[in-house]
Design a protein around this ligand. Structure first.
Ligand SMILES: Cc1ncc(COP(=O)(O)O)c(C=O)c1O
Length: 407
């Protein structure tokens, strides 16, 4: 039977990966759109702004200059130097060129790092709510994700005590992501210091830290950005600091991310990349050099626009019956609790959980958002406010109408 053959061909490893709970919603949204229905999409995790012109021009220049060949697998020297300067300038972190790796997005760097280090049964501590890819990458390399809940009373962040309780001899990594996708929450310098002191303990020296700083520049309050290798330099030899150009420079499609970390890890990451994708696009790398070395003043207007949108959407949500959210300091997401609507009905249909809430919101209000289930913490949903003011205003009204109709 053809189906049996097909099923047999799928590896156990792939079967370990759970299909994304966002897919069902996305597919529903796409089929509604295909039938001519207008969907207000608050589900995408990327800036709606275009890549700044000076960055695009650097790419065009690179094409015309013939920079169209293979490059060093883990990044050109020019880009590695731009990254070294960025880490020094913005994070006070000093890396050598052999401590830097460049991949096709932060995602590839994270994938390679876990692939390079995780043995079957090794555990990775992932605070919830989490970016959807962390647990599935861990599963793909035969590791075990261990979830620690970021409690609402602590702005969806974990405490040093919770981390301490979760660490055991099998723990290989802890993932920190601040500002966070999906919550927008951010750890203060003191909070990162508290976490670092748990990790400094001698018996925890087998635990490595993946600090995913991709939303570093999307911060809308006075709070200062802090990354763990800077706050506690003694942890730098076991920290991989990941960042990229996708979010800050509106370059999601260009696929450039990077990491700074210990030499042996960086070397193994490069080796894995050499047997999978080889170098990230030469043209994108040239553009990323310009992004990191060029003027940074265009970031502030983007930040102002995001802050205005955040405040607008949060105030609308907090006036909507059954919904509530924090006003988080960073990223471009709101993580909205829909606890007040679970068990209620709309047009006779029961809202059983956040996935059902999101399906019904799409069906009846024509608004696409992502259920908290996808991020490991329910009952919530994620709104991305990286979209136009008009779409946001219309979507907030539709959400409000839907919730008013629930009883
Ligand atoms: C928390 C987080 N980390 C990493 C990434 C990966 O970004 P990229 O692969 O585009 O650099 C994303 C993208 O959504 C993200 O939200």
């Amino acid at each position: 039977m053809p189906t049996t053959i097909l099923e047999n061909i799928i590896s156990l490893r792939s079967k370990n990966v759970k299909p994304s709970p966002t897919l069902a919603i996305m597919q529903q949204a796409l089929s509604l759109q295909a039938s001519g229905i207008k969907i207000l999409n608050l589900s995408t995790g990327e800036p709606d702004f275009d890549t700044p012109v000076f960055i695009k021009e650097a790419a065009i220049k690179a094409i015309n200059a013939g920079q169209t060949k293979y490059t060093t697998v883990d990044g050109t020297t020019a880009l590695k130097n731009a990254i070294i300067n960025k880490f020094k300038r913005e994070n006070n972190l000093i890396y050598n060129v052999d401590e830097i790796t460049v991949g096709a997005g932060g995602k590839q760097v994270i994938f390679n790092a876990f692939m390079a280090t995780i043995n079957p049964g090794d555990e990775v501590i992932i605070p919830t709510p989490y970016w959807v890819s962390y647990p599935d990458i861990v599963r793909l390399v035969d590791g075990i994700p261990v979830f620690v809940e970021g409690k609402a009373e602590n702005q969806l962040k974990i405490t040093p005590q919770q981390l301490d309780d979760a660490i055991n001899p099998r723990t290989k990594w802890i993932v920190l992501n601040s500002p966070s996708n999906p919550s927008g929450s951010m750890y203060s310098t003191d909070e990162i210091y508290g976490i670092s002191q748990v990790l400094r303990k001698r018996k925890n020296s087998h635990v490595h830290i993946l600090s995913d700083d991709i939303y570093e520049h999307l911060i809308y309050e006075k709070q200062v950005f802090a990354t763990i290798a800077q706050i506690e330099p003694s942890l730098k030899p076991r920290t991989l600091t990941v960042n990229g150009v996708s979010k800050t420079y509106c370059m999601t499609g260009w696929r450039i991310g990077y990491g700074g970390g210990p030499k042996s890890l960086i070397k193994t990451i490069g080796m894995i990349q050499s047997q999978s994708t080889s170098n990230p696009s030469s043209i994108s790398q040239a553009a990323a050099v310009e992004a990191l070395n060029g003027p940074q003043d265009f970031i502030a207007p983007f930040q102002q626009a995001y802050k205005k949108r955040r405040d607008f959407v949060a105030s609308k949500i907090n006036k909507t019956p059954g919904l509530s959210c924090l006003i988080p300091p960073g990223a471009f997401y709101l993580y909205v609790s829909c606890a007040g609507l679970i068990g209620k009905k709309f047009k006779g249909k029961v809202i059983t959980d956040d996935t059902e809430f999101c399906k019904m919101l799409l069906e009846f209000a024509k608004v696409a958002v992502v259920p908290g289930n996808a991020f490991g913490l329910s009952p919530y949903f994620r709104i991305s406010y990286a979209t136009s003011d008009t779409v946001l205003a219309e979507a907030c009204d539709q959400i409000n109408q839907f919730c008013l109709g629930c009883s």
